[in-house]
Design a protein around this ligand. Structure first.
Ligand code: 2M8
Length: 447
């Protein structure tokens, strides 16, 4: 079964290879998300990349986050892609056409949507690493944390002002790409209601040329919908109020809501340390509490799993995926629900499945109908997602659980390929090789 996994690197050699991936993916201006498939800066990738970079070069880690936030929109949104000049990725800046957006940045081209808010976590991690590194690094990281705090606050405020519509309290997404879990079965039902119009301009995909096996990527039918939503946003001039009111896709994302809650907590911790305004700290504490309550309120009464909510139809989405474990990230659900989720996570439906090469939670349960071990967010394991749970468990004081996840993550990635995602039974790396965020989280685990 492990025929596709020739090497097993000892930890020091694995760390050296991970460092090399980050160096090789550095254009001088940004670390691209992956060498060929993703030749730009992605928002949540950049956050994780900075966490790994901090282990190599604190100043470079800071620069990465500064570059991302230099592209922040005037209304507070942190865009999901900051484009380099490379045109090997589709959809590129011309297709997005965000120049027309009144709130867009002027000196850099970006996409017109966002991604999960994990940036406060990255700033705090960089700071922790810098403090153990050298007095110079410590000073630089403290200066940076103080300086970026208002931008992080503005980003969080944007999510509340524009993206928390209705009464569910869940942070809403207007495109599956915003979730970071693009073609997860979480979005199948809401995407069924997206009908690409005849006016969808023609396009040619580039991703399937890079990834040798197209079945590891989303389908053309899915891409039509992804592109149609962009078309709707262009037509709305990237006016958030209009988009949230009218777009064919509006879903409360429980995973983002949980990440938002813990990122607000972290921003409060940082803000208290650096003397930020009391009113803004109070806002963040309030937003964290409401987000937590929204995650808890989404839990299914029998399974305990958290659910997304289709805000166009006001229906819960019962698809069971890794996002169902969101309450374990942020807390707030009753103890019996959390215990149920922990035993489910350990069970043969998830990490305890006896066929897994490593007990890293797959994106979808291997026992769920429709589970596909090779296709993107429909089954494979994602080391970066394991890192998110690892970090949250550490933060909650669940050290033994955190350690086990870290060990499982290393076991999965010790072939040194730094795959974008992995086939859970064979451990074959899939999608892009030398994916920056995979290398980055492995570095964080190892150093
Ligand atoms: C994937 O998403 C992009 C679109 O944003 C794509 O498939 O073209 C996702 O895995 C996303 O979470 C990730 O940030 C991005 C870059 O690694 O790739």
């Amino acid at each position: 079964a492990t025929g596709d996994r020739p090497a097993r690197y000892p930890e020091a050699a694995l760390a050296a290879r991970a460092a090399r991936v980050l160096r090789d993916n550095d254009t001088g201006a940004v670390i691209t998300a992956a060498p060929r498939l993703y030749p730009h800066m992605w928002s949540w990738d950049a956050a994780f990349i900075s966490i790994g970079l901090a282990r190599l070069d604190v100043q470079r880690a800071i620069a990465e986050l500064e570059t991302l936030f230099a592209a922040q929109w005037r209304n507070g949104m942190v865009p999901h892609i900051v484009f380099t000049d490379d045109d090997a990725y589709f959809p590129g800046p011309d297709r997005w056409g965000t120049e027309a957006a009144p709130d867009g940045p002027r000196n850099v081209r970006t996409s017109g949507i966002c991604q999960p808010p994990v940036h406060a976590i990255a700033v705090q991690r960089v700071l922790e690493v810098a403090r153990r590194s050298s007095p110079d690094d410590r000073r630089a990281a403290e200066r940076f944390a103080r300086k970026i705090w208002p931008a992080l606050y503005a980003w969080h405020r944007w999510l509340v002002e524009y993206r928390t519509p209705g009464s569910s309290g869940l942070v809403a997404i207007v495109h599956g790409w915003e979730s970071g879990m693009d073609n997860s079965p979480r979005w199948d039902v809401p995407y069924d209601a997206v009908h690409p119009g005849a006016a969808l301009p023609p396009y040619v995909r580039k991703d399937v040329r890079v990834v040798g096996d197209a079945s590891e990527r989303p389908t053309d039918r899915e891409y039509d919908r992804y592109l149609w939503l962009i078309e709707e946003m262009r037509r709305a001039g990237y006016d958030q109020r209009k988009i949230v009111e009218n777009s064919s896709f509006l879903v409360g994302d429980v995973f983002i809501t949980a990440l938002f809650a813990i990122s607000c907590d972290v921003l409060v911790e940082l803000g208290e340390e650096f003397g930020q305004p009391a009113g803004e700290l109070a806002d963040l504490a309030d937003w964290a509490e409401k987000a937590r309550a929204a995650v808890a309120g989404s839990c299914h009464s029998v399974s305990g799993m958290a659910r997304d909510r289709d805000l166009r139809t006001s229906r819960w989405l019962d698809t069971q995926t890794i996002a169902g474990f969101s309450p374990l990230l942020c807390g707030g659900a009753p103890d019996d629900v959390q215990l149920r989720l922990l035993s489910l996570l350990d069970s043969e439906r998830w990490c305890g499945h006896e066929g897994l090469l490593a007990p890293v939670p797959p994106s979808v349960s291997p026992l769920r109908p429709g589970f596909n071990p090779r296709q993107y967010w429909r089954g494979p394991q994602w080391p970066v997602v394991a890192w998110v749970f690892f970090w949250a468990f550490e933060h909650r004081g669940w050290h033994e659980r955190a350690r086990k996840l870290r060990d499982a993550g290393i076991r999965l990635t010790e072939d040194g390929a730094f795959g974008e995602y992995y086939e859970p039974f064979t451990g074959k790396p899939l999608g892009s090789a030398d994916q920056s965020w995979t290398a980055a989280v492995v570095l964080d685990w190892l150093c």
